[in-house]
Design a protein around this ligand. Structure first.
Ligand code: GLN
Length: 300
């Protein structure tokens, strides 16, 4: 039987929306967030929200009781709770990704990692097959993206957080990709010791924010997103340094090393890759905002 608490008239929902929009305006939050929320929670499309035509519907099914939604919306406004942690979904490439506060909300810039992996292997069919690692998988987005890009690859996704892995597994299940991705709890390459020297590629969005600047991030990020996924240690480069140090033992010759990093880190990452002496053809790529965001290298 349908839960009465989850049913509401279009008129009532429209009144709720008007109140939520004025509260957003007073709190300096973009009013479009109200509609993102209602698309997910009330299953409304953008057009009916824009035209207000949902108002005429006698009944709308909600995913959460309106009272609960009101409390969460207050948290959005007063405590900077990201709206994606209310709806528990985020869009990334063509995927609808489930998120929780144990994982970062997928960022649009991270989408380019998959395009870079595709471009870097365009003339290397054997590298596209075989074993690929997504280290620090979080919600599992990179693993999912790699599965989609490389239909004959086996993906190994590692995370230190078992809560994050539960989210990543759910996302893989939702796209029927569980047979293509193996998940491991552990630190970076550690659980993959048995495949040393056999990887075609490694793709990672590791934590890269210097500890001392974490508190300068937007409050949505600093107060609600997992610091385990953000904090890159003293200089922000601790995890990237570790990945440079260790990955050449795991990659096969010609294998791809590809990471996301922060604005300003490219020169030091390039230097560290050179100094390691086991990588060739080091390249820096920009994100869509023109920021040097990605480092790519090949195992010599
Ligand atoms: N790009 C994220 C941010 O700006 C940080 C992600 C990361 O540290 N890998 O908040």
């Amino acid at each position: 039987m349908a839960d009465k608490q989850l049913q509401i008239s279009g008129l009532e929902l429209s009144q709720w929306r008007d109140t939520a929009i004025s509260a957003a305006v007073s709190a300096n939050v973009s009013k479009t967030e109200v509609d993102w929320l209602l698309q997910e929670i009330a299953g409304l499309d953008r057009l009916s929200l824009r035209l207000g035509s949902f108002k005429d519907r006698s009944q709308i099914q909600l995913k959460l009781p309106l009272q609960e939604l009101s409390i969460l919306w207050q948290q959005r406004l007063n405590e900077s709770l990201p709206v994606q942690y209310i709806t528990k979904v985020a869009c990334w490439r063509h995927f609808n990704i489930t998120v929780s506060q144990s994982v970062l909300i997928p960022r649009p810039e991270t989408e380019s990692l998959i395009d870079l992996a595709i471009a870097a292997t365009a003339d290397k069919p054997t590298i596209r097959e075989g074993h690929w690692a997504d280290l620090g998988t979080g919600s599992g987005i990179i693993a999912l993206g790699l599965c989609h890009a490389f239909s004959n690859a086996k993906i190994h996704a590692v995370d230190f957080s078992s809560e994050a892995l539960a989210v990543a597994r759910l996302n893989a299940d939702n796209y029927s990709l569980s047979n293509r991705i193996v998940f491991y709890q552990g630190s970076w390459w550690e659980p993959l010791d048995f495949l040393k020297g056999e990887f075609s590629g490694m793709v990672s969005n590791p934590p890269y924010i210097p500890t001392s600047t974490l508190s300068e991030l937007q409050p949505e990020v600093f107060k609600h997103e997992p610091h385990l996924a953000l904090d890159g240690g003293n200089d922000g480069l601790e995890c990237i340094r570790h990945l440079i140090e260790t990955s050449s033992d795991y990659l096969k010759p010609g294998g791809i090393w590809l990471v996301e990093m922060m604005m300003g880190q490219a020169p030091r990452v390039t230097q560290m890759l050179r100094d390691r002496g086991t990588y060739s053809k080091i390249e820096i790529h920009c994100d869509l905002a023109g920021i040097e965001r990605f480092a790519l290298a090949y195992k010599s």
